[in-house]
Design a protein around this ligand. Structure first.
Ligand SMILES: O=C(O)c1cc(C(=O)O)oc(=O)c1
Length: 311
């Protein structure tokens, strides 16, 4: 069976691109203890069925395959984010956390009726946050009063909220996000349109959001999603995704203590190419240009947020 086959009676969405098998070794040497702070597991569908309400059906991408990639690239740890194709069924995530030997933490998806006991179980498995998704092609919008109720339940555990939205939706969501009392982590820099000016009003609003809310962190991840011009991280290309660099670098330099980086493996829903994750790691020193910035981005920041107990 090929590496990305989906089993358990599931058929991949039309046009689905499987993750890249056989990534190169990065040229950039990750600092000791580096954390891949945004990645997913998919299924396998046979053991962990995809959710009925999902908007896409992926190829399988198991915990073992994720941990093999971690070791190959030179990461020490993972933060595994619940993918929307699993809805609020966190079993695949929890299984991966339990297999990681303490080397993975998780971000779950829960509904407003989640119980204290269920949250305690997730916490024991290594979950440290919940994800609220506002990307219309991925989920149906959940009313904000439900989300507020969830925040009230997770805050006592010391968890944070991960938010995923498109830049054009930030004006509408700005006040709701600013009122979240826990730490907040924005996925993929709030998906800026990188064909626009990094000094223009759209990205300025995102920078203002981070400046005004010192509890907000962001992942400077996913150049492969945001890039318009490429070049792609494929075929030995060492200067990939050049158009995203000024955006990510700006954020890393202004907020060095509130940035995280992740591979986004297995890169759900990419349409035109699938990156070589080794070359994707080689993108990091272009946005975090000194050893000090790299240490914060890859080691100190994710450990502070996800391994507070110092394990
Ligand atoms: O842009 C996406 O398609 C995407 C999807 C998911 C998910 O389905 O959870 O997660 C991501 O980080 C990005």
């Amino acid at each position: 069976m090929a590496h990305g086959d989906t089993t358990g009676g599931f058929e991949k969405s039309a046009g689905w691109l499987d993750w890249y098998d056989g990534p190169t070794k990065p040229t950039f040497r990750l600092p000791a203890g580096a954390v891949d702070a945004h990645c997913h597991v998919f299924g396998p569908g046979e053991r962990f069925p995809y959710a009925p309400e999902r908007k896409y059906t992926p190829c399988d991408a198991s915990a073992e395959q994720l941990f093999a990639l971690r070791d190959h690239l030179g990461f020490d740890r993972n933060v595994i984010v619940q993918a929307t194709c699993h809805g609020a069924d966190n079993r695949a995530l929890v299984d991966a956390l339990q297999r990681s030997g303490g080397r993975a933490r998780g971000v779950a998806t829960v509904r407003r009726d989640v119980t204290e006991e269920q949250l305690a179980g997730l916490d024991a498995a290594g979950v440290r946050g919940v994800r609220f998704n506002f990307v219309k092609r991925l989920v149906d919008r959940v009313p904000t009063d439900s989300l507020e109720e969830i925040v009230g339940k997770i805050a006592p555990l010391g968890w944070h909220v991960v938010i995923y939205f498109e830049a054009e939706d930030l004006p509408e969501l700005y006040d709701f996000f600013s009122a979240i009392p826990t730490d907040v982590v924005v996925d993929h820099m709030g998906r800026p349109d990188v064909s626009k000016d990094p000094d223009g009003p759209e990205f300025a609003l995102f920078l203002r959001f981070m400046r005004e809310n010192t509890n907000v962190w962001t992942k400077v991840s996913c150049p492969e999603r945001l890039s318009v011009t490429g070049p792609h991280a494929l075929d030995g290309q060492q200067h990939a995704y050049t158009d995203v660099v000024p955006f990510a670098r700006r954020v890393v330099e202004e907020f060095p203590d509130r940035v995280l980086w992740g591979t986004d493996w297995p890169h759900p829903n990419l349409k035109d190419h699938m990156p070589d994750d080794g070359l994707l790691v080689d993108y990091i020193p272009r946005i975090a240009t000194t050893p000090e910035l790299q240490q914060k981005l890859l080691v100190d920041n994710p450990r502070r947020l996800y391994w507070q107990e110092g394990a």
